[in-house]
Design a protein around this ligand. Sequence first.
Ligand code: HEM
Ligand SMILES: *[C@@H]1O[C@H](CO)[C@@H](O)[C@H](O)[C@H]1NC(C)=O
Ligand SMILES: *[C@@H]1O[C@H](CO)[C@@H](O)[C@H](O)[C@H]1NC(C)=O
Ligand SMILES: *[C@@H]1O[C@H](CO)[C@@H](O)[C@H](O)[C@H]1NC(C)=O
Length: 517
Amino acid sequence: MGLLQSISAALPLPAQENQWLVLVPSFVITTLLVTIGVLYFNYNPSIPSNAPRPFSKYSLPIIGALKFFTHREDFLFEGKKSSPNGNFSFIVGKYHVVGLSGPDGRKKFFESKELAFAEGYAALFNGGPPPKKGSDPNYDPTESAFSKHFSSRLLHMLKRDILSNGTKLLCGDTKARLLELANANVKITDPFESVYRIVFQLTMRTVGCNELAEDDVQREKVLQLYQVIEDSTTPATVIFPWFPGPAMIRRTIAGGRLYSIIQNIMDDRKKTGRRENDPLQHMMDMGDDTMAILTVVIGGLFAGLLNSGVNAAWLLVYLAANPEWQDKIRQELYDTCAKHVEDKTAPLIDQLCALDMDVWESSFPTLDMCLKDSIRIQTLGTAFRRNITGRDVKIGDEVIPNGAVVTLSFNDFHFDPEMYPDPEKWDPSRYERGEDKKQPYGWTGWGAGRHPCLGMKFAKLEMNVIIAMFLACFEYELSDKNGGPGTVPPVNRNAHSATRPQQRPYLKYKVREGAFA
Ligand code: HEM
Ligand SMILES: *[C@@H]1O[C@H](CO)[C@@H](O)[C@H](O)[C@H]1NC(C)=O
Ligand SMILES: *[C@@H]1O[C@H](CO)[C@@H](O)[C@H](O)[C@H]1NC(C)=O
Ligand SMILES: *[C@@H]1O[C@H](CO)[C@@H](O)[C@H](O)[C@H]1NC(C)=O
């Protein structure tokens, strides 16, 4: 007995209605086949003849270059090698993608006024519905309304005098978390959890609100929701951005919960007339609605955590494996405090907490170089742009056609052995030798050209605070989960952005004498 008959037999239906049980599924199956057929012939765009040469080795119908998702770096490297000038075209879902490489490719990528930032990331990184095109004749194709609002709010939060004012709070938050580590019974920690959470707290202070920066339970809840959103980009959401699949649904639910958390805090402030000196208050005073505020906070957390959270942890791991660099940094800490702090009897961590922002910025050149080589190794995946000029493709020289998304793999130059010998090795002294200066745009860890990182000053400050205070409090080494010997884990070069390693390293630490008084 077939499946359908067995179902119909089990149902108490009159005989003449049984036909629906056959008709409905066959209707569904026919619709599905027709849809697949239509998608098969129409979903993927065609590549114009004057676009960079197609690299179609791994191309599947509808999906396009699956390897772009599964082994991104390997795919882009092969694509580059397949083309005499290093630029190449491929298909991902409904997008034509152009891979650029080499010094000329970097220059065009970072400097072209025709390549939009937010639209590139929206297409292939976030995997949400694409932003709407502007119909206004003065519409600037390289800046969507959303990115204008977002950057103007973020620029305010990240202004120098505001950061400078907030430095003491960042130090206080960091000290509280380090004190918890110092009081832990088992002194072994996974920095990709514990140090990542310090970065989350400092970022919340700087782009969010004081309530969430100060309430450990609420902040953990927000972190979990944030991570649901971060994990909700899948190949399916990029290829079928209009389809409300499970990842999209999870993202929407998490977004809704975050919305009500922020809304409650805003309501409480309005009801009680309480004011805070924080980014949320600024946005409320500017008259932004909850949705606009939430978008800026989540966008800020995203931009702020993606690289910093992971780099802070990696940097401590690299330092664990290279104690000579730890010693150099500690020497810088002592020298700086000797020069700038009055109370020389206070514990080192408290002396550090007394430093002003400009001292944090200018007094730790060794720490800066250490961070720089960590960023070089950890800026994985690709940056994105999109040509949204709206103009027709002209016949002639090779172009990135209107609508095409552009990728630039940072590995292409951050791992170029001609610039960086033994590129997998973490070695801050590269910058003493000027290895990054051998080619234009040879190191772009903070972006470059028209879209440099807006959070660099804040990121450098928080990295310096966290690493300096950690080194001031603890002696430590790499270990495994149980305190046995540990190693620096391998980096997944095919990752789509800075990521936690699959095999987590642990840090086994001891509180330094007199660290906390
Ligand atoms: C170690 C930490 C960080 C690193 C390595 C880093 C790196 C970068 C890079 C490479 C870009 C350019 C991407 C591209 O060209 O496509 C960028 C852009 C950006 N970053 Fe950072 N970043 C860090 C921390 C932060 C923080 C803490 C914030 C804010 C709180 C932030 C906010 C932004 C924003 C808003 C942009 C976009 C700029 C634009 O729209 O033009 N970043 N960052
Ligand atoms: C810095 O902090 C002080 C004291 O909280 C405050 O009065 C002042 O307005 C702040 N300045 C800025 C730029 O936020
Ligand atoms: C963007 O597309 C238009 C139309 O095809 C083209 O004329 C222009 O050169 C492209 N921009 C870049 C940076 O390739
Ligand atoms: C491709 O690469 C060459 C040389 O690097 C460059 O001159 C050319 O403009 C590139 N094409 C595009 C579309 O950028």
